[in-house]
Design a protein around this ligand. Structure first.
Ligand code: SAH
Length: 213
């Protein structure tokens, strides 16, 4: 199928049908070529309603989950966003269309370099990928307007809340190894506000403020 048509179909059937309404976000999903972020043998499934393997025991999330996290993060033009868990680079690519600068951290260097290459090919120059333990955030670049963690954490790392600016949003899956709850934490003048966005299933956040490897 033509990738442009496949993306239009994905947006209509998987995102709009499930309550993703933000027109800028839907536009980003129509624009970013998801098939470039998966391995050759899986390209024919790139626009299906599932997560897919990206090697190293990791996955690119289901399109709907990427959209839900993005919509919950509420990224605005000019904002500075941190993603933890670059993986394929797809979520970072979506964010790069919606905000000013994206910083993304990945612990597996081979994944980081593959993602960098795809971003360069696509001309997505406002993404900075670093190799390291993202469970500690990126204090050097803080504060962030938003932080999205795309791996499941056993608890909310305090370091990430500290790196949010006022009005900053943190989206993070928290729970055990098999099932997590997606949470949004908003840092306000008065303190933090926390809400649940439903159940989800992510690979493990491995690091100092995550799971042991
Ligand atoms: N956002 C990705 C999917 C991420 S899968 C995408 O759009 O494709 C989760 C990723 O988090 C994996 O690549 C895994 O290696 C990475 N990861 C796990 N723990 C991490 C940590 N502490 N710091 C940085 N990356 C981590």
């Amino acid at each position: 199928m033509d990738p442009v048509l496949a993306r239009q179909h994905m947006v209509k059937e998987q995102l709009e049908a499930r309550g993703i309404t933000d027109t800028r976000i839907l536009g980003a999903f129509r624009e970013v070529p998801r098939h470039k972020f998966v391995e050759e043998y899986l390209k024919y499934r790139a626009y299906d309603d599932y997560p897919l393997s990206i090697g190293f025991g990791q996955t690119i999330s289901q399109p709907y989950m990427v959209a839900l996290m993005t919509q919950s993060l509420m990224p605005k033009p000019q904002e500075k966003i941190l993603e933890i868990g670059t993986g394929s680079g797809y979520q970072a690519a979506i964010l790069s269309r919606l905000c000013g600068t994206v910083h993304s951290i990945e612990r597996i260097s081979a994944l980081a370099s593959r993602a960098r290459k795809v971003h360069d090919e696509l001309g997505y120059y406002n993404i900075n990928i670093r190799i390291g333990d993202g469970s500690q955030g990126l204090p050097k670049e803080a504060p962030f307007d938003g932080i999205v963690v795309t791996a499941g954490a056993p608890h909310v790392p305090g370091a990430l809340i500290e790196q949010l600016g006022e009005g900053g949003r943190l989206i993070i899956p928290v729970g055990d190894e098999s099932l997590q709850e997606l949470r949004r934490i908003v840092r306000t003048k008065e303190g933090v506000r926390e809400e649940s966005l439903g159940g989800c299933r992510f690979v493990k956040l491995i690091g100092r403020n995550g799971w042991e490897s």
